[in-house]
Ligand binder design. Structure first.
Ligand code: MIG
Length: 838
């Protein structure tokens, strides 16, 4: 690959065009754009302000290096002739970073900006940026060529050196494997029904990735919503770069070195997932579409009849009157409030779909028909998107001719959010935002839309900037509307498209997947990559939206989905029915086993979800997130973990009845038998159709409870803590609880219980801290189950003898089962306790 590094900075743009053509680095987007790329000029002088070093470069170009935190630095470039744009991003949640100490060192050839964690070394001419670990000076990431821009097209490009052992993760929702080295990915939200591995782009654009080399990771968030491409060693063996068709070079560099701290910082910057209502972790059923209302009720009744848990039923587009958003079909759904109340009485919540396309239906002057109120109101307030010639943009979606709201306008967002009262006032519990790429039957590429202008806080910016942001702002309007309409309830919004930051407003599902084994296998890298990209609440249609599932595929799909944050069965309009009981009791029995296990594990899943809310570290994890020093995990994407404790190795292939499982070094337990296992190698595990291989990491304590048919059907009683000691005989864990519905958790109305188990010379101690927080659970028993304990003969509770009881007894006390586990049972009095086992 030719390098332009030896070239002097061009004097005049006109002259430099001819000079540099053919000498610049290979373009990643298109040949034409690449040919006109101009490198940023050399640094001429540096100005230091409180938080930033501004590099003034040749031809009045400028690069700002902004220190946000010791491990987070932002790079923002403005090229010669590039118009100054307001410093605003729809993705960013946090701008109020406190000033941290940093130094600026100017040397003849370089400028170094250093925090306690990170060094940014800038070579003056040509301008090349290198990020180094402050302690070791080890290079984390370095420019291969100067940043560049094509002054004619506005196309901007960044090229980084690619390490020979560098690996890549993240990039949000991609129909691709977990590890993305040598791949090339485009960000352009697209409606891609029936996508398969390699289809790119699909619905979401999250221009954030993590790099890894020799155990150290860094993160890079390229906050540019224009159509962009990430080429991570696809075009050139020594180059990893990202380019966009417009906008700025504006990226955030995260020093790491752990993936967890990077994801945590990234979600501090772009916002964290708020806790959804607890019922969102319940089992969900969807269909395109259940109607009339009696069908929806019958489906819920069949769930109960088959003793299968169900928390949520979805109403797809046919509940609307002629596909007009925020209306109800008067014939199919004459009494939505009644329907929703009857479902609620059976513990079933209702989520309705909404689409961005607002039916074009003005008042008809001839017939005096009133038109459609949403259209009329939006038109009279000028909330809809227009082309730059001032004409209303009219596309085509389900209702026929349709217009779209400019969600960058605060007044339009408020109006849209308020319209949701047509749903929530009828007892609807959540909103599903579909088709928000935005999809348009007239053109799915965006070419037809290029003249649309968005208000964008008065900047009047082009569609090219806003396509990828559309779903984010629509979800924001919807989420904030629900917050205003129901301030005592946590909003539940689920979206198909998104941009960085979407996690603040919506949960996501992976769109129109297929009922195929390939699609099932993609679930794991897609969920884990979304999690690494800040989106913790994710799931896919079970057992696949398009196509006919076999009973075997249905069962294996649930063996993945029962641990996904979103567990939702769905099927396309022309598809075969595949609710879990449709294939007969043999298969329904297996699905029931896993759905019931999900409900038993709700205390664990919710505790882990709360960690995602608090720290950004996702629930559904690739192994590499927990074991980034173990190179066996770098590309492992047919296994996953829930939190730090549970490892799942589901079967993902037809006919397979056994599989290899990799357990990282250390003590593990088989979840089903509690048999101890040593990690560090591959195990061959039997996996008959009803068996999903599951393992618990030694050192974990997993909270669980009884099975139930919907969240809140019964209290979590008893609350069970399974204790799996590590090789040193120690374990720790926690339980998080709150009311499950209100936003009061944000102000500490919650309850966190910490449990620690230690062993020493044949004696063991179990310490239960006094719970923290003001949430009060109902009366209940706590049961501690020790899988591997000393050969205890006496137990003391807080220094007093604790009674040995029969395994069949229901009182407080301790007993041992034939399997060798030891159970301690105590009624929960909200106090700290210590058990001594001798
Ligand atoms: O193109 O509302 O991904 O879940 O059932 C079809 C009908 C439009 C696409 C969504 C799918 C939903 C369907 N929608």
């Amino acid at each position: 690959m030719p390098s332009n590094a030896h070239l002097p900075a061009p004097r005049r743009l006109g002259a430099s065009l001819a000079l540099t053509t053919g000498l610049l680095f290979t373009p990643l987007l298109t040949a034409q754009d690449g040919a006109g790329l101009q490198p940023i000029g050399a640094v001429e002088r540096v100005v230091r302000s409180e938080r930033a070093a501004t590099l003034h470069c040749a031809h009045s170009a400028q690069v700002e290096i902004i220190v946000l935190a010791p491990d987070l630095v932002r790079i923002r470039a403005r090229f010669a002739g590039q118009p100054a744009a307001p410093d605003h991003s729809w993705a960013i949640a946090r701008t109020d970073w406190s000033v941290v100490p940093w130094t600026l060192r100017e040397e003849p050839k370089t400028i170094t900006i250093a925090t306690t964690d990170l060094e940014v070394v800038v070579q003056r001419a040509p301008l090349l940026i290198t990020f180094q670990d402050a302690a070791t000076h080890r290079v984390l990431n370095a420019d291969q060529h100067p940043m560049a821009r094509n002054p004619k097209t506005g196309h901007v490009a960044t090229a980084k050196k690619l390490g020979l052992e560098e690996r890549f993760y993240g990039l949000g929702e991609k129909a691709a494997r977990l590890e993305k080295r040598r791949g090339r990915f485009t960000m352009w939200n697209s409606d891609t029904p029936g996508y398969s591995e390699g289809t790119d782009p699909i619905y979401q654009s999250i221009p954030f990735y993590l790099g890894w080399e020799d155990g150290a990771a860094y993160g890079l968030f390229y906050d540019n919503s224009y159509r962009s491409t990430f080429d991570l060693g696809y075009t050139g063996q020594d180059s990893a770069g990202f380019e966009a068709e417009g906008g700025e070079i504006n990226y955030y560099f995260f020093a790491g070195p752990t993936m967890k701290t990077i994801v945590s910082r990234y979600t501090e910057l772009t916002g964290r997932m708020p806790l959804p209502p607890l019922w969102a972790l319940g089992n969900q059923q969807c269909r395109y579409s259940y109607y009339p209302d009696s069908t929806a009720e019958q489906i819920a009744a069949l769930y109960r009849k088959h003793d299968l848990p169900l928390d949520v039923l979805y109403l797809d587009i046919h509940y609307m009157d002629n596909f007009r958003v925020f209306t109800w079909d008067p014939v199919r759904f004459p009494d939505p409030a009644g329907l929703n109340a009857r479902l609620e009485a059976h513990g079933v919540k209702v989520v309705t779909i909404i689409d961005p396309g607002v039916k074009y239906q003005p008042v008809d002057p001839a017939s005096k028909k009133p038109g459609y109120h949403v259209f009329n109101e939006g038109l009279s307030h000028n909330y809809f998107l227009h082309n730059k010639d001032g004409s209303l943009y009219i596309g085509e979606v389900w209702p026929g001719k349709a217009v779209f709201v400019d969600y960058t306008r605060e007044d339009a967002r408020r109006w849209w959010g308020g319209l949701a009262s047509a749903l929530v006032d009828q007892g609807v519990d959540g909103i599903w935002t579909d088709m928000n790429e935005p999809s348009d039957f007239l053109d799915q590429t965006g070419a037809r839309h290029k003249d649309i202008v968005f208000d964008d806080l008065g900047a009047k910016s082009p569609y090219a900037k806003h396509r990828n942001l559309f779903a984010l702002n629509m979800a924001r309007a919807t989420y904030e509307g629900l917050e205003r309409l129901q301030p005592d309830r946590r909003p539940f919004v689920i979206t198909r498209a998104g941009y960085a930051g979407i996690q603040r407003f919506a949960t996501v599902w992976t769109g129109d997947n297929k009922a195929t084994w390939e699609s099932l296998a993609l679930n794991i890298p897609m969920f884990t990559s979304l999690g690494l990209s800040g989106e913790a609440f994710v799931g896919a249609d079970v057992p696949g939206f398009i196509g006919r599932a076999s009973p075997e595929l249905l069962v294996r799909s649930y063996q993945v989905a029962f641990l996904a944050p979103l567990c939702r069965n769905h099927a396309a309009i022309d598809n075969y029915d595949h609710e879990p009981w449709r294939f007969g009791p043999v298969y329904a029995d297996i699905v029931r086993k896993y759905l019931q296990l999900r409900y038993r594990l709700l205390p664990f899943l919710y505790t882990t979800l709360e960690e995602a809310n608090r720290t950004g570290v996702p629930l559904f994890r690739p192994l590499v997130l927990n074991f980034q020093d173990d190179t066996n995990t770098l590309s492992l994407d047919d296994q996953f973990m829930i939190g730090d404790a549970l490892l799942a190795a589901p079967v993902l292939h037809a006919g397979e009845r056994a599989r290899d499982v990799y357990l990282p070094a250390g003590r593990w337990f088989d979840f089903w038998t509690a048999a101890p296992l040593e990690g560090g190698h591959l195990l061959r595990v039997d996996a008959p159709l009803d068996h999903a291989p599951l393992f618990v990491r030694g050192g974990s304590i997993i909270p669980s409870t009884i099975a139930m048919n919907h969240v809140g059907e019964k209290p979590w009683n008893p609350l069970r803590f399974d204790i799996y000691p590590d090789a040193q005989g120690a374990a720790s864990g926690s339980l998080y609880e709150d009311d499950g519905v209100s936003p009061a958790y944000r102000t500490g109305v919650s309850r966190r219980t910490l449990i620690r188990y230690t062993t020493e010379a044949g004696t063991a101690q179990l310490k239960l801290d006094a719970p923290v927080g003001s949430h009060q659970p109902p009366a209940r028993n706590l049961e501690f189950i020790l899988h591997a304990s000393p050969s205890t003969t006496t137990v003391q509770l807080d220094g007093r003898p604790f009674a040995a009881i029969e395994p069949t007894a229901t009182s407080s006390g301790w007993f041992r089962t034939a399997l060798g586990t030891l159970t301690l049972r105590l009624s929960d009095d909200g106090a700290a306790h210590v058990f001594q086992l001798r």
